[in-house]
Design a protein around this ligand. Structure first.
Ligand SMILES: [Zn+2]
Length: 337
């Protein structure tokens, strides 16, 4: 088993018991690009500027929710917390059990597309497709794909991942009080059996020059159909290509920011667990430009954090680093595509 562990962050692990689970929600970038009032989806405002039009279904939650995404994560806020048990004595068996139970592990298996595959969300052996949804560049996996995110004992199968330019979330630090907005943001979308969603987020940083071209991103851009905009979404199977999603994750990330939020596209359903890596992945400036040729700006504006709203009781928790367990099923050979 090929495996690498990221550096253990000093801030340790924490649980996130924020917000309420709203039940099964679909993450659908193939929804119509406009609200019923003609609002472009990326510009659908949050509660702070809600108006009558936003209360019309199916966009009701976009306008009235208290746990909307994306947000600006303010690291100097007292409501950005670490969990006290982080600092418990290491040789306490109970603490050790809790620590283990809360681990965050990404297990994304390398997988091959097939030459015959056609539809997504089937068990026909087509492991993934490159998808132009009309809103985003996306890679969608079949139900048989073994990649998953482990949050303690919870298992969240990887359903798809997609890109936003520029980044949706913003990170405010002491040295950057106005916030850092990266060139792009990658969302790994996972859905548990009961419908609960968890999104692992990786920022894309294009400020390190052309030598930082990411080969997996290149493969995705090269194979994503250029046509789009209308149903049904265009897809391509990239016959025979092997895809390892973990290559899009940075080798080291000191922290993971966790909070309870929503889909950033209509219907903006809440109950989504967000896990955001503090360290971005480096990509070439050209790659961001190529993504922007698909969709110049497909990011929702930041929403009210509602830190001080008693109805929201919202905080951001800084967690232990993410473990990336690459090709977890490669050795036994039984589950390979
Ligand atoms: Zn997204």
């Amino acid at each position: 088993m090929k495996k690498h562990l990221m550096r253990v962050g000093t801030l340790g692990i924490a649980t996130m018991l924020l917000g309420s689970h709203v039940g099964a929600s679909s993450w659908d970038h193939t929804l119509s690009s406009q609200g019923s009032d003609g609002t472009l989806w990326a510009n659908i405002p949050g509660p702070a500027s809600s108006n009558q039009a936003n209360l019309l279904l199916p966009y009701a939650e976009c306008g009235i929710g208290f746990h909307q995404s994306p947000i600006a994560i303010n690291l100097t806020s007292s409501l950005v917390t670490t969990n006290p048990k982080t600092f418990s004595v290491d040789n306490n068996p109970q603490a050790e059990t809790e620590r283990h139970a809360d681990r965050l592990i990404a297990q994304y298996a390398r997988t091959n597309s097939t030459t015959e595959g056609t539809a997504i969300s089937t068990d026909d052996g087509n492991a993934y497709v490159f998808l132009n949804t009309g809103h985003a560049v996306q890679v969608a996996f079949s139900k048989g794909y073994p990649g998953r995110l482990l949050v303690g004992r919870d298992v969240y199968p990887l359903v798809q991942f997609h890109f936003h330019t520029p980044s949706e979330h913003i990170v405010e630090t002491k040295s950057h009080p106005a916030g850092i907005q990266y060139a792009g943001e990658l969302h790994f979308v996972h859905q548990r059996e009961d419908g609960k969603l968890a999104v692992l987020t990786v920022f894309l940083d294009d400020s390190h020059g052309s030598a930082t071209e990411n080969p997996i991103l290149k493969m995705i851009i090269d194979h994503t159909p250029k046509e789009s905009e209308h149903h049904p979404a265009f897809n391509s199977t990239g016959a025979g290509l092997s895809l390892d999603p973990s290559r899009l994750i940075p080798l080291e990330s000191e922290h993971v920011f966790a909070y309870a939020g929503s889909l950033t596209t209509p219907p903006c359903s809440e109950g989504v667990s967000w896990y955001i890596l503090s360290e971005p992945s480096r990509v070439a400036p050209d790659q961001i430009q190529q993504l922007r040729k698909f969709y110049h700006s497909n990011s929702r504006v930041v929403q009210n954090t509602n830190y001080s709203n008693t109805n929201a009781q919202r905080t951001v928790t800084i967690r232990e680093h993410l473990h990336v367990d690459q090709d977890h099923d490669r050795d036994d050979g039984s589950k390979r595509y």
